[in-house]
Design a protein around this ligand. Sequence first.
Ligand SMILES: [Zn+2]
Length: 205
Amino acid sequence: METRIGFGFDSHVFKPGVPLHIGGLALDHPEGLAGHSDGDVLLHAITDALLGAIAAGDIGTFFPPNDPRWKDADSAIFLNLALEELQHAGFRVVNVDTTLILAGPKISPIAGEMRARVADLLGVEMEQVSIKAKTPEGLNLDHVAQCHAVALVERVLEPEELKSMSAVIESQRQLEDVVEDLLASVHGVPKRRGDAPVYDTEEIT
Ligand SMILES: [Zn+2]
C-alpha cells in the first residue's frame, strides 16, 4: 500500500469587526482573522497538507490571493478542491492531525464540534481528524492565529486505473462549474465560462 504524508502551515492576523471562522465553524469572538478569504487558518493548513501529500502545489497555486473571486470566500471551497485533486491522483485521506496556536478563543470546549465539521468536509469519520490547540506561550504572538497540519493519504487507484477515469475528470469539470456558479451568485462576479480556466488541474496532476 502506497502511503504519502503532507504538511501544511498557515497564519492570519486577528482583526476587530471581522467574523471568526475556524475549522468551518463561525465562532463567537470580538475579533476575526484578516485575509482575502474568510481567513480560516485551520482549513487552509489542512488544504496545504493534502496538496502537499501529492506534491500538487499549495493553496496559492489554485486560488491566487489577488483574484477577486476568492474575496471573503468560504474556505470549504479550497478544501474541496484539494480533495478533488487527491481523488484525481488516486489517493484518499487516512487521517489528519492539526495544532492551532492562538491566544483565544479557547478551542477545547468546541474541539469535538470542530472535528465533526472538518470530518464532514473531508468525507471521513471524526476519529480520522485530530484538532489540538495551544496558546502562543513565549512567542509574543497573541495577535496572530497559526495552524500546523499533517495529513496521511493512501493510494486507492493505480495509475493505470486512473487513465480510464475520464468520466471522473468530466464530473470534476462540472463541479468546478457549480463552484463558479455559486461564486457568481454570491459575489455578483460574472462567470467566465469559455475563457481559459484560472487553474489548470491537468497540468498539476
Ligand atoms: Zn490562510
